[in-house]
Design a protein around this ligand. Sequence first.
Ligand SMILES: [Zn+2]
Length: 130
Amino acid sequence: MLKRAGLRPTRQRVALGGLLFGDEHRHVTADELHLEAIDAGIPLSLATVYNTLSQFDEAGLIRKVCVNGGKAYYDTDAGDHHHFYIEAEDRIIDIPPGRISVDGLPKPPPGYVITKVDVVIRLERVGAKA
Ligand SMILES: [Zn+2]
């Protein structure tokens, strides 16, 4: 998988890839993945985890989904889809494909093109503000 994406299969990339790519699509933060690595006995620094996730993102293996405050989740489903964000539970979940259509997009400033539209819909539990 790494080789197909044009990445040299270093020890760190193989180890983190093994944690990331299981049977199901996942949304993880760098911190969560770092803790998983430590739990699995893989001694990697948080910086290495960030760097490796960025490389995976650039290679198109995963995609970075940003929510508020610059917090980023890494999504092992690199395809086009949108997300619900549940801040109180610190997680994002997929919105089923085809449920959102975005139209009436503004014209980008001169010299720019729109590459992608990410929709994040924030949720809270019913009655959470009671
Ligand atoms: Zn997703």
